[in-house]
Ligand binder design. Sequence first.
Ligand SMILES: Cc1cc2nc3c(=O)[nH]c(=O)nc-3n(C[C@H](O)[C@H](O)[C@H](O)COP(=O)(O)OP(=O)(O)OC[C@H]3O[C@@H](n4cnc5c(N)ncnc54)[C@H](O)[C@@H]3O)c2cc1C
Length: 272
Amino acid sequence: MIPSNFEFVRAGSVDEALSALTEHGDEAKLIAGGHSLLPLMKLRLAVPGVLIDVARLTDLSYVKVDGDEVAIGATTRHFELNTSQVAKDEVPLLAHVAGLVGDPQVRHRGTIGGTVAHADSASDVPTALLALDAKLIAQGPKGKREIAIADFYLGFFETVLEPDEMLVEVRVPKLGSSVGWGYEKFVRRENDWPIVAVAAVDGKVAMANMAGTVIRASATEQALSSGASIEDAAASAAEGTSPSSDMHADADYRQHLARLLTKRALHTAASA
Ligand SMILES: Cc1cc2nc3c(=O)[nH]c(=O)nc-3n(C[C@H](O)[C@H](O)[C@H](O)COP(=O)(O)OP(=O)(O)OC[C@H]3O[C@@H](n4cnc5c(N)ncnc54)[C@H](O)[C@@H]3O)c2cc1C
């Protein structure tokens, strides 16, 4: 299908993007890689009147160490995160997961800001970020604010971002190579979105596609902190989840996958 007509604004700076957002209000949408927004527009599930292109804001494209955190600019592409030496050294889980997003074309266009803001519960990078307790930096007309990723998602395609705000940075703790991690992504075909995915790092476990948002496996985390074995802790991974049923998997199968992939991810993390 063909998207409905829209006006196109290319932002030359964050300030330009923000003033265009303020000017056009609810009618406007940012576009970065376009790999999630354009499919929605073609299906007319999104019909923005104005697209504000932030893809060329290269000053928001970086992966760097800042104190005891790694800071990642919002327009950093999945490919850049996957190949960044800083990410590989300091937050290898995230570098690895960025390399599992779609195919090379998707990874060369899609951005970390786009995948976080899109709020699809099947997304890989947000799952890793949730396990890492990432902080998100949003900027609006009143300045910047920090949002814990655990507080960011309200539901499917829904976040706490205001219409006049944009994500400018993602921050994760520097973990180095001594902290074990595991990521398990179950797909029907190579390069697909996960049917279920699980990220485990430092006693924290997050899951994709097990609810309307990416979620933490709280019962598993509690069991681990009380000294339970990996097998026993993973057995409770599906507690409190509400996965959907679709042509790829029904809810029961997804819950089975959550337990199995959690066990595998925890074993990988423990063996590092
Ligand atoms: C064929 C294909 C396969 C894919 N496979 C996977 C996969 O296996 N795993 C996976 O996780 N994802 C997958 N994706 C999605 C991919 O990761 C997208 O790149 C990502 O979801 C969106 O990033 P984007 O930069 O393209 O965002 P866009 O499509 O440009 O935007 C997405 C949303 O984010 C908003 N937005 C963009 N930037 C900002 C910002 N800085 N601040 C606030 N809001 C912003 C937009 O307004 C829009 O609502 C796939 C996509 C395709 C097309």
